[in-house]
Design a protein around this ligand. Structure first.
Ligand SMILES: Nc1ncnc2c1ncn2[C@@H]1O[C@H](COP(=O)(O)OP(=O)(O)O)[C@@H](O)[C@H]1O
Ligand SMILES: [Mg+2]
Length: 254
């Protein structure tokens, strides 16, 4: 079982898009795959479940609520996992209540609960954790629970500044909580091969020793269409260029 978190504290860089599509590729290749959605905005859950299925789900908010010890049932993650419409793909969905729970969870030092809950799961080959765009209780829990972290990057100068503090945060978590946490690398999303700025930023980051993965993801309208249809690209546009790029990224990671 491998657990991968997709994290960057900057929003809109493609965390949810990459995570949901990599998980769907793993599942389509016959790996029993779980997505854990820790973002109160619930985007991964919206992408992988229909709205009817979502309404029935309590998911990760219910799991964390149970860890606060106010009730006995619901303390294992397995109780909050549901099937998606896609074979081999399961999800512990998010709920907006995650936001209000966060302060209580922080106050009660529940930062290792996710790691323990994942260790207790046995029937998955791959786990992908989606995170909110902030270094907070949920993203820290995920970084503590994961075997590796994949960092999406959208090649703008603000995103570059965010990368430096991101690596500081990851190193701190490695030192204090999770020495085994591996950095998969930085994946460039919405890459524009003919624009000058991305080329320059990537050359500079590489020169500084940052681990840029040599499998970039293009921008494509298919991404929004597939979000809108709640069907990941491997099923929505199986022979599209971007689906091929995502497959190549998956191969690079495994
Ligand atoms: N490769 C891409 N091509 C086109 N649009 C993309 C691509 N990746 C992400 N997007 C769009 O950018 C927005 C932010 O992506 P998202 O995955 O939600 O980022 P994050 O989870 O980091 O906030 C979404 O509207 C998504 O549809
Ligand atoms: Mg997201």
């Amino acid at each position: 079982m491998t657990t991968r978190v997709v994290f960057n504290q900057k929003g809109g860089v493609g965390k949810t898009t990459l995570l949901a599509n990599l998980a769907a590729i793993a599942a389509a290749r016959g790996r029993r795959t779980l997505v854990i959605d820790l973002d109160a905005q619930c985007n991964a859950s919206q992408y992988l479940l229909s709205s009817d299925e979502r309404q029935a789900e309590s998911g990760t908010a219910d799991f964390f609520d149970a860890t606060l010890g106010r009730r006995r049932e619901g303390t294992t993650l397995a109780e909050h996992i549901t099937e998606t419409p896609f074979e081999n793909l399961y999800i512990a969905a998010a709920h907006p209540d995650l936001e209000t729970l966060r302060v209580k969870l922080e106050a009660k030092h529940k930062i290792y609960k996710l790691r323990q809950a994942i260790e207790a799961l046995s029937d998955f080959d791959e786990i992908f954790i989606d995170t909110p765009p902030a270094l907070n209780f949920y993203s820290q829990s995920a970084l503590i629970a994961a075997d590796s972290v994949l960092i999406p990057f959208d090649c703008d100068d603000f995103a570059r500044q965010a990368l430096y503090s991101l690596f500081d945060n990851i190193h701190e978590i490695q030192e204090d909580h999770n020495p085994g946490l591996k950095i998969d690398g930085i994946v460039v999303n919405q890459f524009q091969p003919r624009a000058k700025l991305p080329q320059r930023l990537l050359a500079e980051l590489t020169a500084e020793g940052h681990p840029i993965i040599d499998a970039h993801i293009s921008a494509s309208v298919k991404v929004r269409e597939s979000h809108d249809a709640s069907i990941p690209l491997v099923h929505y546009a199986p022979s599209h260029k971007i689906t091929g790029q995502l497959g190549a990224l998956y191969d690079r990671l495994s």
